[in-house]
Design a protein around this ligand. Structure first.
Ligand SMILES: Nc1nc2c(c(=O)[nH]1)N[C@H]1C(S)=C(S)[C@@H](COP(=O)(O)OP(=O)(O)OC[C@H]3O[C@@H](n4cnc5c(=O)[nH]c(N)nc54)[C@H](O)[C@@H]3O)O[C@H]1N2
Ligand SMILES: Nc1nc2c(c(=O)[nH]1)N[C@H]1C(S)=C(S)[C@@H](COP(=O)(O)OP(=O)(O)OC[C@H]3O[C@@H](n4cnc5c(=O)[nH]c(N)nc54)[C@H](O)[C@@H]3O)O[C@H]1N2
Ligand code: SF4
Ligand SMILES: [Mo]
Length: 748
């Protein structure tokens, strides 16, 4: 038997064909008829089979006493969870119960649609998620400039003539905020049609193999580069407002700021010559079409917010926003910016701050950098219970080691997760969802950042196992049980509402969203009620049924210019080119530029990296993915290695303010001198986790040495990249390490 589905692991949304003998998988292949991915699949997609069959994957809820886990029924697990959450809430208030939501939720439409009732029932200000370890700056800039955190333009890579890739490695990540089936093939096509790809990255990654040129940039210095590009654009009158002149405000402020950052002034700090920067700006502006695409490397560092803003500004002022071949907006079948409406879902910032470090709220969440200290620090408002959903912050949060130390002090921890891993081993209850092949799939989030408008619904490949429940069902059931224990008017109102919502279920909810969307059939088709816009020609009018009848998905066509109508429809008359909060942050950029010339002593700057066969922290229990040579190595430039007496494959100690890890060194001329790279998501040797394959795989957690205090002070986004470290050969005399770090801290 074959079933068509979508791989849920990364953002590429590959169509897959799952071959089964009814109950188990016999093979997983790429779907050649998927109009989006056209047959592409990577090793992780094939390894969905390992995930599905993994004996370590939990099939039933488990409850811990001491180090012993016992299986319990769903009723027991959910009642016990609700009882214990309510006890802590009643004793210490709602903020005592924290919630952390991880990355896989972005790939889980039903959990996204049916998770909010749990958020509402908890009503805590202590909400955290992987957003603050990731794309928060892009959402922040979209909110400040367009008035909607979901209006994220994507590079139109299928048509562009000039693409700059700053701090992204699609060869490994398969694209991020740029959902594109087979991104490498699409990138290669840019050059085949005579276009140019410029990669700017502290490492010559595999993406360099498809780029026309690669330039090193020192980690954390991106705002200098971006300001210098703008400087050249203004100074040489390359600014072409395109259609934007009448919709943009605060242009003069931006020009004034950029005028202070000439290419000559930033050259030494960035490690890029003034001539390279100047030429980059000129070529970018003169290209027939161009997209300046910046991603994770520009986000998870000291200037994430400023970077995201300047990236948008460059695209706007070169006339490349919302034009074919530039940075464009999607028009997905279910439109998140429109769904967000005019209320707080459009985005919020700084409505409250974290108790200990005074870090700002964004979108109802606090930065994950604050999580450990909020658990650790006594006083009013201290976190006493933590619920994690699809997250592994012990391995993924900055200074995860600190979090690991404080988790055992919690009075209650509940995890919705299929594994007992480095984080969830501290939970009192683990509530496991079904495997991805046992639930249906719809690209709610990812099709809104896809390089073409695409839509696909994939029914579950297998029915759920005997005790299997989906995330949406677990979360909303828990919410219902929390309300059932309360006596207040909100709870009285919410009980029937939630019961009705659960009866509706995610499938019907999706159908309504599709029908009322841009390409929808309408909710009452013959009356055409609630249809958002005019249907594009040549596609069936959308409903869930129409999608079920198109098992490979439907291509709704290339991205189309949609401004200013779309901006207006979302309630925003203009684009703010220089939002005040961002302008103010330029003071910090100036200070960093001044201190960038100070001597660095013996310290190196740590950055991360991704690998095609690895997926954040959680696919390392797949035997086929972890085979082969160790991947958790420290890349170091030969000159930095030689000066430290380090040879290839020597074990080195990497020490930061927060800790030390050991890893084999890999000498690599492709990494910038002064920079070292360690991938994150490893370190599965911790006792108490139930990951038999991963535990045998060597590797340490990069987040044992990243620093929760090194962050983007404006947005609170984690600053994984650019962490100061000292690297020594293991067993080498070690006394001077502390002295070096002391010096570094004094400098910063
Ligand atoms: N040093 C460093 N740290 C980083 C990064 C970096 O580049 N460098 N990258 C950051 C980024 S971009 C991100 S997104 C974060 C990710 O950070 P997290 O989201 O905290 O971590 P993941 O490793 O994605 O772990 C996902 C967890 O979800 C579980 N899971 C998988 N599928 C499901 C599901 O369908 N339902 C449920 N309930 N659980 C599921 C897995 O078992 C695992 O425990 O890490 C960040 N951390
Ligand atoms: N195979 C695989 N695919 C994945 C994931 C995975 O773990 N494995 N994770 C998924 C997730 S959660 C995400 S968010 C995406 C991320 O996808 P991408 O945004 O493509 O991120 P990375 O692959 O981490 O590439 C970031 C690049 O930034 C560079 N860099 C580091 N510091 C700096 C800096 O200061 N400035 C600049 N300019 N560059 C810098 C790094 O060298 C690296 O090449 O990938 C997704 N896809
Ligand atoms: S690139 Fe790999 S992990 Fe990403 S969606 Fe495709 S098959 Fe899945
Ligand atoms: Mo991410």
């Amino acid at each position: 038997m074959i079933r068509h589905s979508t791989c849920c692991l990364c953002e590429a949304l590959c169509g897959i064909v799952v071959h089964t003998d009814g109950r188990s998988v016999t093979a997983i292949k790429g779907d050649p008829d998927d109009p989006h991915s056209r047959g592409h699949i990577c090793p992780k997609g094939v390894a969905l089979q390992d995930l599905h069959e993994d004996p370590d994957r939990l099939r039933q809820p488990v409850m811990r006493s001491g180090t012993e886990w016992r299986t319990v029924s769903w009723d027991t697990a959910l009642d016990e969870s609700a009882r214990r959450i309510e006890a802590i809430r009643n004793a210490h208030g709602p903020d005592a119960v924290a919630l952390y939501a991880g990355n896989p939720l972005a790939h889980n439409y039903s959990a996204l649609l049916f998770g909010p009732p749990l958020l509402a029932a908890l009503a805590t200000r202590n909400r955290y998620s992987a957003t603050s370890s990731d794309q928060l700056p892009h959402m922040f800039a979209a909110l400040q400039m367009f008035g909607n955190q979901f209006l994220l333009p994507v590079p139109d890579i299928d048509r562009t003539k000039f693409l700059v890739i700053l701090g992204a490695n699609p060869a490994a990540s398969m694209g991020s905020l740029m959902t594109a089936g087979d991104p490498l093939k699409r990138l290669k096509a840019i050059r085949e049609r005579g276009g140019t790809i410029v990669l700017v990255d502290p490492r010559r990654t595999q993406t360099a193999d498809v780029a026309s040129e690669h330039h090193f940039i020192r980690p954390g210095t991106d705002p200098f580069l971006l300001l210098a590009v703008l400087h050249v654009m203004f100074a040489e009158h390359e600014v072409s407002y395109g259609p934007w002149r009448s919709y943009s405000s605060e242009l003069e402020q931006l020009e004034k700021v950029a005028s202070r950052f000439s290419p000559e002034r930033v050259a030494a700090a960035t490690g890029m010559s003034a001539e390279v920067i100047r030429e980059l700006a000129r070529r970018f502006c003169r290209a027939e079409s161009a997209a300046f695409y910046g991603r994770l490397g520009t986000c998870v560092q000291a200037f994430g917010g400023v970077n995201a803003w300047l990236l948008l500004a460059i695209n706007i002022l070169s006339g490349n926003l919302d034009r074919p071949g530039g940075m464009m907006f999607t028009r997905p079948a279910v439109d998140l910016p429109r769904l967000a409406g005019r209320g707080s879902l459009r985005g919020t910032f700084d409505r409250w701050r974290s108790r200990v470090s005074d870090l700002p709220e964004f979108g109802g969440e606090l930065p994950v950098s604050a999580l450990a200290e909020e658990i650790e620090t006594p006083g009013n408002g201290r976190i006493r219970a933590l619920i994690t959903i699809a997250g592994n912050p012990v391995l993924s949060a900055p200074n995860g080691a600190r979090l690991e130390r404080v988790l055992p002090s919690l009075e209650l921890m509940i995890s919705m997760d299929p594994y007992i891993n480095e984080t969830t081993r501290h939970a009192h209850l683990v509530l496991p969802p079904v495997s991805p092949l046992e639930r249906d799939d719809f690209g709610l989030v990812l099709s809104s950042v896809a390089v073409r408008n695409v839509v696909k619904y994939a029914p579950a490949v297998f029915p759920p196992g005997p005790d299997g429940r989906e995330d949406w069902d677990i979360a909303s059931d828990l919410a219902a049980r929390l309300y059932a224990r309360r006596r207040d008017p909100v709870a009285f109102a919410m009980r029937p509402a939630l019961a009705a919502l659960r009866r509706l279920g995610p499938r019907n909810a999706l159908d309504l969203l599709l029908r009322s969307g841009y390409y929808g059939r309408g909710v009452l088709p013959f009356l055409r009620l609630f249809r958002a816009g005019t249907r594009a020609h040549g596609h069936p009018a959308l409903s869930l049924r129409a999608l079920v009848q198109a098992p490979h998905g439907i291509d709704l066509g290339p991205l189309e210019p949609c401004f200013p109508e779309r901006l207006r429809a979302l309630g925003n008359p203009t684009i703010n080119l220089a939002p005040l909060v961002l302008l103010k942050d330029i003071g910090r950029v100036e200070a960093a530029l001044v201190s960038a010339s100070a001597p660095r002593g013996d310290t190196l700057l740590l950055i991360g990296r991704r690998d095609l066969r690895s997926n954040n922290s959680w696919m390392h229990n797949s035997p086929r993915l972890v085979r082969g040579k160790p991947r958790c190595t420290l890349l170091i430039h030969p000159s930095d290695a030689t000066s430290r007496g380090i040879g290839d494959q020597d074990i080195v100690e990497v020490t930061s303010r927060t800790g030390t890890v050991s890893a084999p060194a890999a000498l690599d001329p492709g990494i910038m001198p002064g920079v070292v790279s360690l991938p994150h998501g490893w370190g599965h040797h911790r006792s108490g986790a139930r990951l038999s394959v991963a535990a045998r795989t060597p590797g340490v957690s990069a987040n044992d040495v990243t620093d929760e205090k090194h962050l983007d002070e404006l947005t609170g986004t984690a600053g994984f990249n650019g962490t100061s470290v000292v690297v020594r050969r293991a067993q080498a005399p070690n006394e001077s390490v502390a002295a070096e770090l002391g010096q570094e801290v004094a400098q910063s």
